[in-house]
Design a protein around this ligand. Structure first.
Ligand code: NAD
Length: 298
């Protein structure tokens, strides 16, 4: 068996075309372009690349992007001042604070301060709470990207066993909520999976993953998921992005798994482009929310 590649770049391109049309309609109707404000603290090269990719993607779909660069030695208070001013700026639709922040910054305090209506990363406790209650406002970008790529390749997750490895607040935990939810905006095939959320303390991990119809790796360890850990014909989604001496690689041992899985995402070119794309969708949604609030409050 040779697995079908789940092409994240092509899928992202397709979704971005759709977003571009919706952004143009919004801008025509309101006279306002959606605006994404990105905050980048320090000189971390990976963070700089991520922010540049996000700016480029914004431009492609007609979203205006603002970049606020701050030096690595900035205080929590100064960052709070900036986030407060972005919260209060009616031109700004969405706010993104690129993680990780330098050690001296109280990251949680900063993220909790972002106006939940502008929280396009969906990290604010209000947005996490809404998601956990099955009535999400913004969907977290990477988990939403995973759902989208499965949906666009017509892979149903309903009634399937899914093993997610990694329980982070950004990927594993919200993805488990989405995949196991009773309903989905993408339809009946994109929810109702039975999810096992695995982590570094999970005993007999391979026994669990070998039973799964869908295996998602979000660990941060290069090539952690081997061919022996996956059953023949399973769908494998690799969220990992690891910088190694040989270049970028995922959490999945891609080559051997191509001959075991039915479908597999590559790294790069898998989930990464979808994460950026779902951020664009959230920015448009934030702009709509603000336009509606403006109408409602006169
Ligand atoms: P994290 O470090 O916050 O969490 C890693 C998780 O992996 C933890 O829950 C931990 O319990 C689990 N884990 C670690 N070692 C394990 C082991 N030996 N066995 C089982 N579980 C183990 O990481 P994160 O922020 O969720 O990111 C995970 C990976 O995904 C990283 O490579 C990151 O770069 C990548 N990532 C990619 C995107 C994207 O857009 N593609 C977005 C976010 C993160």
């Amino acid at each position: 068996m040779t697995a079908t590649l789940l092409d994240g770049r092509a899928t992202a391109q397709q979704i971005q075309e759709e977003i571009k049309v919706k952004v143009a309609a919004f801008t025509d109707a309101t006279g306002n372009q959606p605006v994404l404000a990105a905050v980048l603290v320090g000189e971390d090269p990976a963070s700089a690349v991520y922010v540049r990719n996000k700016e480029r993607a914004c431009k492609k779909v007609g979203i205006e992007s603002q970049l606020h660069r701050l030096s690595a030695d900035i205080s929590t208070e100064k960052l709070i001042d900036l986030v407060t001013s972005l919260n209060n700026d009616p031109r700004v639709s969405g706010i993104l604070v690129q993680l990780p922040l330098p050690k001296q910054i109280d990251s949680q305090k900063v993220l909790d301060l972002i106006d939940p209506a502008k929280d396009v990363d969906a990290f604010h406790p209000t947005n996490v709470g809404l998601l956990s209650q099955g009535r999400p406002r913004f969907l977290p970008c990477t988990p939403h990207g995973v759902l989208q790529v499965l949906h666009r390749y017509e892979i149903s997750i309903s009634g399937k066993l899914t093993a997610i490895i990694g329980r982070s607040d950004i990927v594993g935990k919200p993805l488990a909520m989405l995949m196991g939810a009773k309903s989905s905006h993408l339809g009946a095939d994109s929810c109702n999976s039975t999810v096992t959320l695995c982590h570094s303390r999970t005993p007999n991990l391979a026994e669990i993953t070998r039973q799964a119809d869908i295996v998602v790796a979000a660990i941060g360890v290069p090539k952690f998921v081997t061919a022996e850990m996956v059953k023949e014909g399973a769908v494998v989604v690799d969220v990992g992005i690891n910088r190694t001496e040989d270049g970028l690689c995922g959490d999945v041992d891609f080559e051997p798994l191509r001959h075991v899985a039915s479908h597999i995402t590559p790294v790069p070119g898998g989930v990464g482009p979808l994460t950026v794309t779902m951020l664009l969708e959230n920015t448009l949604m934030a702009a709509r929310l603000q336009a509606e609030t403006k109408v409602a409050t006169g």
